[in-house]
Write a protein that binds this ligand. Structure first.
Ligand SMILES: [Cu+2]
Length: 358
């Protein structure tokens, strides 16, 4: 592991960092960073910014870095991020809508649980797990009152089970391996079926060896539109915003800056952000430029919505936030535990932007 006290991040460290981040592997529920110390000089540059001990290290490194290098690296990172919006710098994209078929009145979805090689930032490929080979998993969407059937095929090398996080379901369908069902063994398919009783921003995720399975990618959004649309705010655009940490680094929708996706809205749009956290840590997510109106917590409408510019999303929780896009610009959007989002080399990890254009 890199020794933070002696670390300096020179200009070339900007690219070097990607390799260092890729070297961390989860083990026994914790994190062991194995830097690519192929030679002494490179070892000094291999700062693992994913490590939770980073803040002091970042400050030390900053004080040792030439200010011109800091400026250069910040600009270079922002340029990479902007380039990523024109042409993605990494392979793979999560949160894609999940197709369904109808069997009578039942909406039928198919999920596979897969071992995946997932590129979180340019050149950094992690041994991850994903539903339908993507991180976050595909978005399951249906309307309150519908009955859904979800066929889950386990392609992992270990057992799994799927929990429907936030939904009213019969006990037998709650997806806790060893409690509500036998775990789904490698190669097996298990079918869940239940009626959607409560609307809102929910999730599905592994609930078997879950500290490892969820943290390495087995989580997706489960959006249930209300039967009566007047029970939630009207919106023009929707941004599903899944954060994660530790095993795959600090990510938004499975990607780390500069590979995170910028969201574009038009001036005057009402944007609904649906936050969810698959990680081990709280992430106070901060949008520049405009306030957010928090309208729901864990899928339940708040009796008294409130405005804020930073919303602390705890593991497992969801928030609905409405943004009136009144201010033109490219507004940075990042976790305000700043060690999850910035280093002396500029943004990394949990950072993106909201572009509001005329
Ligand atoms: Cu954070």
């Amino acid at each position: 592991m890199a020794q933070f006290e002696t670390v300096r991040v020179p200009r070339r460290g900007f690219l070097k960092r990607a390799a260092a981040v890729g070297a961390a592997v989860p083990m026994a529920g914790g994190l062991i960073a194995a830097a690519c110390n192929d030679d002494g000089a490179d070892a000094a540059n291999n700062v693992d910014y994913k490590d939770t001990k980073t803040p002091a290290a970042a400050v030390t490194a900053a004080s040792q870095e030439e200010w011109e290098d800091i400026d250069h690296d910040h600009s270079a990172g922002i340029q990479q991020f902007l380039d990523n919006q024109e042409s993605p710098l990494t392979k793979g994209k999560g949160n894609q809508p999940l197709e369904w078929t109808m069997d009578g009145d039942v909406k039928v979805f198919n999920l596979t649980v897969d071992e995946v090689e997932w590129e979180t930032e340019p050149g950094n490929i992690e041994k991850a797990r994903g539903y339908n080979n993507m991180i976050p998993g595909p978005v399951i969407r249906a309307t309150q009152g519908e009955t859904v059937r979800i066929n889950v095929t386990n392609n992992l090398t270990e057992s799994t089970a799927v929990h429907w996080h936030g939904l009213f379901v019969p006990f037998s369908q709650d997806g806790v391996g060893g409690l509500t069902q036998d775990p789904i063994k490698p190669g097996e398919t298990f079918t869940y079926e239940f009626k959607l009783r409560n609307s809102g921003t929910h999730m599905y995720h592994a609930h078997h060896n879950s500290a490892d399975q969820v943290n390495r990618g087995l989580l997706g959004a489960f959006i249930i539109d209300p039967e009566d649309p007047s029970t939630m705010p009207q919106y023009d655009k929707e941004w599903i915003f899944v954060v994660n940490d530790t095993s795959l680094g600090f990510t938004i929708n499975g990607k780390s800056w500069p590979a995170t996706e910028m969201f574009t809205a038009k001036l005057g749009d009402r944007l609904l952000i649906r936050y969810m956290n698959a990680g081990f840590m709280n992430h106070p997510l901060h949008l520049h430029g405009m306030p957010m109106l928090i309208t729901a917590k864990d899928g339940w409408p708040l009796p008294q919505p409130y405005k804020c510019d930073t919303i602390d999303v705890a593991p497992g929780s969801r928030y609905d936030a409405l943004v009136e896009c009144t201010e033109e610009g490219v507004w940075v959007f990042h976790c305000h535990v700043l060690s999850h989002a910035e280093t002396p080399s500029g943004f990394f990890g949990m950072a993106t932007a909201l572009k509001v254009e005329a």
